[in-house]
Design a protein around this ligand. Structure first.
Ligand SMILES: C[S@@+](CC[C@H](N)C(=O)[O-])C[C@H]1O[C@@H](n2cnc3c(N)ncnc32)[C@H](O)[C@@H]1O
Length: 246
């Protein structure tokens, strides 16, 4: 299955130098990224009694989350991997001044270049939506292979209901319904990807740009937690799924 998973390499090799600036430059994205970072940290703290953890980020891009985790604890042993040379190079540059530097690897998430059960935690942000449902299922199995028994897998998903609405409002920009919605798995599809019990942690609300400008990031954070809780995560845009590797 090499071809279905390496299809984005050329795109990110060509555009990766602008990725952080183009995706995260807007002010409200600082709030989202800080909330995502802190949510990840609180997930790690609530599931483990130690910070001596081997942590792998799959599809690490320019290394923004690795930078945060490297600053958050000197004990984390961090590894980032990505299919794009441009992204791996950028992640290396970003980490160059860190005391706790991540190791970086070029590779395909389809065949993680690590032995079975090496990591306590495998996580991915804004990564898994890129693949078809069948490939998402295979990638999850590969995440499980690299995670030790009772370790943790943490993956960010985009929620279906909001993006179905966007599709109907013309947000698909010419893509077919099937192609567009494949990025946003339904709750049933998430259950097919993630075996066993899972936790949902809301990360971002639809319209957070407007809410953040009007009310500030503190209120956005509280609203995201509240709306995520009362809707079981359904009325959010992005959310973490957390699963113990059994
Ligand atoms: C949308 S970016 C997300 C980057 C970062 N995780 C973030 O949250 O901003 C998707 C990343 O996945 C990487 N990627 C795509 N296919 C991959 C694969 N098969 N194996 C590993 N990384 C891959 C891309 O190179 C890119 O860095």
């Amino acid at each position: 299955m090499a071809a279905p998973t390496t299809g984005r390499r050329g795109y990110y090799n060509a555009t990766g130098d602008d990725y952080a600036a183009s995706r995260y430059a807007e002010r409200h994205m600082d709030g989202y990224r800080a909330f995502r970072n802190n949510t990840l940290l609180s997930i790690l703290n609530s599931h483990f009694s130690t910070q001596k953890l081997r942590i792998l980020e799959v599809g690490c891009g320019p290394g923004l989350t690795l930078e945060f985790l490297g600053q958050a604890s000197p004990h984390y042993r961090l590894v980032g991997m990505d299919v794009s040379d441009t992204m791996v190079r950028q992640a290396g540059q970003r980490a160059s001044d860190l005391r706790n530097q991540p190791k970086l690897a070029l590779g395909d998430a389809d065949r993680l270049p690590f032995r079975e059960g090496l990591f306590d935690v495998v996580y991915a942000t804004r990564f898994i939506h890129q693949f078809t449902h069948a490939v998402k299922q295979q990638l999850w199995q590969e995440f499980q292979r690299a995670t030790r028994r009772d370790g943790l897998i943490v993956v960010e998903f985009y929620a279906r209901p909001y993006h179905r609405l966007r599709y109907h409002l013309g947000g698909a920009k010419g893509r077919s319904r099937e192609d567009y919605l494949a990025h946003f798995p339904s709750r049933r599809e998430v259950r097919e990807i993630v075996p066993g019990p899972l936790e949902v942690h809301p990360l971002r609300l639809p319209g957070s740009r407007v809410v953040s400008a009007a009310l500030g990031d503190g209120l956005v954070r509280r609203l995201t937690q509240l709306v995520g809780r009362v809707s079981g995560g359904l009325l959010v845009d992005e959310y973490f799924v957390v699963s113990r590797n059994r």
